[in-house]
Structure formats: structure tokens, C-alpha cells
Design a protein around this ligand. Sequence first.
Ligand SMILES: [Zn+2]
Length: 407
Amino acid sequence: MTTASSRPVAAPEARFRLPKVTSGVLDARQRELTLAHAKSLLSVPTAPYAEDNQLDVVRRFVAERQGFELTVDQYANAVVRWKGGSKPAKRKRGDAPLLAYSAHLDHPGFLYSGKRAGKHHASWHGGVPERYFKGSALRFFDVSTGEELATAVVARTYRNKAKELQVELSHFRGRAKSGMFGMWDLTAGRIRGTKLHARVCDDLMGAAAILATLDMLAAADHPHEVLGVFTRAEETGFIGCQGLLRAETLEKGVAVIGLECSPKRPTAKIGKGPVIRVGDAGMIFEPWITHRLQEAAADLARQHANFRFQRALMDGGRCESSAYNLWGVPAGAMCLALGNYHNCHPDGTIQPEIVDWSDHEGMVALMVRAAELWHGEASSAAVMRRLDLVWKAELPRYSKSSTRMRS
Ligand SMILES: [Zn+2]
């Protein structure tokens, strides 16, 4: 017999529908495609070390399309390669490095650890202040199918011998299965106005932006190779990215642009466009990549009157671009300005993260444009040319004053 308590509490409603408002930077078909990728990644659950369902989305992406190749490394990081379409450009000496877009597939979450003395327990993985836990609702999922198995409430937090945060659960409904994992019980995604509210924006929106970009490059028969890198367990210390770098999964001569959702800043607001991220809380990123992004953004702004972008130091957290740079892989970054970072509302409750959908569309458009311009003249050359011009114009005055001042 099935009793009421043997079923999980009904899941919060999800609604993926495009906002009517658009900056016009993507056409109607591209917007639908961008929404479809966000929906496919956000609708399935994730946690550090439990990104199985996201990896399946990436696998399906490659299986359903022509012209892509998938590598899954020894740590189950995924690299999707666009092979350059019907007339792939040969890579020449002195060419720009191979462009790779990178994002992580996890989000802070729980791993179920079993039942002891009549109580269910789980371990916590990621960065959320401990005061947010008690009384917050969770939902548990099957790691391989993503099926909803149980709901519960955090009764108390405690530390294990290794000082890692653990939770004891109450109000457990549904069934426990070993290997299941948990997330805060929030909507998978709900678009209201131009805002997307979701249990995970960081960083499934980054991953979704990569899939949309690869699809749009494929539709345009983009002649150059481009990689999409999908890492795991970022929230526990760039573990997936470290695995990728330590295993030397990427070939030599790759340059990375990391995609993230990063806490909004006074200089990087939600709804003011995608952010060219010059650095994170610890490091400044590769200047020539940042500059390339800026030139692509300026180019896009010339074509689309309503395209906006921001350029900022996003020092509310660290991101994988730091790890890439430390390992000698040049990396820049872009992000969406994020509200309720890691589901932490300023009022002390757990709530959906928030990004602006138009910012996301702008980021995808910028990623496509950056890929298209990637093999053009190095932007530093254009800057040098401008400096040369002004140098020649000013030189007579400068020389004259130099002679006077030296005498
Ligand atoms: Zn992140």
C-alpha cells in the first residue's frame, strides 16, 4: 500500500518560456534554440560528483548532430569539438590558438550518506554559509536517471571527523537509495519578465551558452575548430578542471574563455548585458583574450543598437579561468551577473538564483561573434596602428618640447 509519506512532496513548478522583450541580438530561431539548451540542462538535477545527467545532455548533443566529436577524459570531463564544417580551415603556424569555451556542470549540493539511528543524513559540497541550512527543504534524485526519489528538511548541521559539513534530515518523504544526491528544493527554472529564477544558474547557464554557441557556429558552417569544455566538481575547488589540466586532456595551443554566473557587482548589474570578466577574486585574466572579447562586443554593438555589455572585475568568487592560467593555458572569461549567488538570499533564506535572460542571449551572441573574429587580425595590432597614428601626429610637438626641456 502507498501512504502519503512514501511519495516526495510535489516539485515546484517550472516554466521555460521566452520573454517577449528582446534585444534583437538573436533571431527568433536562435532564441528558441538557446532556450531549448537552457531547458535541457536546467531540467535535470546536478551536484558535485553527480553530474551524470548533465553529461548525458552533452552526449546527446553530440550524438544528434553532424560535425562534432566528443572526448570524455579519465575524470569524466567532456570536451566537444566542432570540427570545422564542410571546408575546415587548416591551422597554420602563427595562427590564433584553438578557441575553447569552458563551463562547469555542477552546483553546490548534497550527497546522501545513509540512515543511522532512524535518521537520514547527507554530506554537503560547495560554498553556502551554515546559517542557511536549518529548516531548508531538499529534494533527492537518482544519480543515473535523475528521477525524484525523496524530499526532506534539514533538521540540523554538524561536522564529521574531517570537519566537513553534514546534515541530519527530518520530514523525509519518498524512498532512500544509496548513491542518491540532493539539491535545495527550488524550481528547475521559471522565466518571469526577463528574469530567469532557477535552482541552478551557476553554472548550467554557462554550459547552456556553450551548447547554443556550438549549434549556431555549426549552422553557419564555421570553418575553424572550436572546443566546448564541460568540467565537473568546480564547487569543491576546481576539482574537475584540475583533473582536466593534470590529465593534460586539452591539446597544446588552446586558449580558454571560461563562462560563469558570478555575483552581481556595482559595476556589473543584472540586466545590463553580459560581462567581460577581467578577473576574479584572486587573479586577473589573460589581457589579449579580454581585449579580443571587448573588440567582438564593440563589433556586435555596431550591428545591434540594443546590444549592451559590461566589463568588470568580478571579485565575488574565483573561477576556473584562474586554474587554466595557473597551468599555463591562457584564459579569459565572461559571465552573467547573478542574484542570490549559490541560492543565498540576503534575507537568510534559500531561494532560486537569478539571471537576466537578455544578458544570456547577449552572451551567446558575443560568444559566436568572438569565435567568428578569433582568426582575424590580432586586436593588439589594431591598437598598435592607432598608437602609431597618434604618435606620428604628435611627434613634432613632442620632439620640440623634448629639445627645450633637455637643454
Ligand atoms: Zn560557478
